[in-house]
Design a protein around this ligand. Structure first.
Ligand SMILES: [Fe+2]
Ligand SMILES: [Fe+2]
Length: 146
């Protein structure tokens, strides 16, 4: 069950005009929420994560990376096949996001809690920012070009 805060955030995520992608974005968002709930408990309680919480967060991150890679590959293939002019740049951005997710995962596996607040903020923002900026850009391109 998503909190009101998470439901509100999800409502700001744009429709990218492709139902399969919208579903994938929502699924990714739900995994982000799982991570946020683990981090949020510690941040609001002004405490570190327990060993079990680090472990759960690590499992959530694994799932997130696997799912993000699958969605990104699907999206990139579609953008290329539909001759989207910014497909190469879009792929680069996806690769950077995967790198950042891997870095996040590394911090989690080290149980590093120096910047829990920052980790939490980044986790909450990366997906929405990407969908609402770069994915929305292809949505707008296809809605006018086709
Ligand atoms: Fe994308
Ligand atoms: Fe996407």
């Amino acid at each position: 069950m998503k909190s009101e805060f998470h439901a509100k955030l999800l409502s700001t995520m744009v429709d990218v005009g492709e139902p399969r992608f919208n579903l994938a974005h929502e699924k990714l968002f739900n995994i982000v929420v799982d991570a946020d709930e683990i981090l949020g408990g510690a941040v609001t309680g002004e405490r570190s994560l327990t060993p079990q919480e680090w472990e759960s967060l690590s499992t959530v991150c694994d799932e997130l990376i696997i799912y993000a890679k699958a969605h990104f590959a699907d999206e990139e293939e579609t953008l290329v096949s539909r001759n989207y002019p910014n497909a190469p740049q879009h792929r680069i951005i996806h690769n950077q996001l995967i790198e950042q997710l891997n870095e996040f995962q590394k911090k989690v596996s080290e149980g590093s809690d120096k910047n829990l607040k920052e980790l939490r903020r980044w986790m909450l923002e990366w997906l929405l920012n990407h969908v609402n900026r770069e994915d929305f850009a292809f949505a707008q391109y296809f809605s006018t070009a086709e």
